[in-house]
Design a binder for this molecule. Structure first.
Ligand code: NCD
Length: 283
């Protein structure tokens, strides 16, 4: 079941393509106004209903914490089908973080891997869920240094600060600078302004956090430029021509990492690898 009641292009399509490659059939809800939620059904009941018909639920919802709450509810039911969080409110986007890591892993393969790298995350870090999930996953790599670059009132929240420093003893820095950071970055993770989550009166000094063509000469030769997309003006389109721009690869990697995740959850990854090896040997 693809339950996506928040706008989505890449996450929806990459999950759908991953399911299709695996030979799975998908049901989908993208518009709750034409399901029974419009008749006043509780969202928890609606999602529990899906578990009667499918073997896995992939869900994106604007409601913070709903994915984990549903996972707990289903775990206590007699059909505890797995749930994958495909974006939950402004809190978490774990499969985006997986694809970001996979992209970093592939591109840093020949220069020592992800460990020890300086990763700079830029933009509306207060509301951006991709940065929150990526920061949490990066703690698994030794000697990683994270730099968070944003206006002061759009800085990462205390829960992430605590997760990094108190719970995982990771050193990180926070700054309002952007341009002066560029020479230090091994990876530059740009994000858009998340104005759908802003309170009235919150405004962001955008221009300062835009990556332009002329900035590229200040960056390391092997640095990587990432963005979860959609992009607005954070990265000038001309930057796409630079080999350090990896965001189009990220999209493709997203499909494969989601395929891998689904096959792992459904316990078919070994079978799939055998099938693949056999197909390669026969060809
Ligand atoms: C992100 C999201 O939805 O959180 N997009 C995505 O899934 N690739 C980032 C965003 O919307 O800015």
């Amino acid at each position: 079941m693809l339950y996506f009641v928040q706008p989505s292009t890449r996450t929806f399509l990459s999950f759908q393509s991953a399911c299709q490659i695996l030979g799975m059939q998908c049901s989908e809800i993208r518009n709750p106004s034409i399901s029974s939620e419009a008749k006043g059904e509780r969202v928890e009941d609606a999602i529990r209903t899906f578990s009667s018909y499918v073997d896995i639920i992939i869900m994106r919802s604007p409601l913070p914490g709903l994915c984990s709450r549903m996972a707990q509810i289903l775990d206590q039911s007699n059909r505890p089908v797995p749930i994958i969080n495909a974006g939950s409110g402004p809190d978490e986007h774990p499969t985006q973080a997986l694809l970001d890591l996979y992209t970093l892993h592939r591109d840093f393969k020949n220069c020592g891997g992800i460990s020890g790298k300086t990763i700079c995350m830029v933009g509306d870090l207060k509301h951006g869920r991709t940065v929150r999930s990526l920061a949490r996953m990066l703690v698994h790599f030794p000697n990683i240094h994270m730099i968070f670059s944003s206006p002061k009132n759009f800085a990462i929240k205390d829960d992430i600060r605590d997760y990094l420093s108190k719970q995982n003893h990771i050193t990180f820095s926070e700054t309002e600078e952007f341009e002066t950071l560029l020479p230090q970055c091994d990876a530059l993770y740009m994000t858009r302004i998340q104005d759908e989550w802003h309170s009235p009166g919150e405004s962001f000094d955008k221009e300062r956090y835009h990556l332009k063509w002329h900035h590229l000469k200040q960056m390391k030769e092997n640095a990587l430029i990432l963005h979860p997309f959609p992009r607005r003006e954070e990265i000038e389109v001309r930057v796409d021509q630079d080999p350090r721009a990896k965001y189009w690869e990220q999209e493709r990697n997203g499909m494969w990492i989601r395929l891998a995740l689904i096959s792992q959850i459904l316990n078919v990854s070994d079978e799939l690898c055998d099938y693949y090896d056999k197909a390669i040997n026969e060809s």
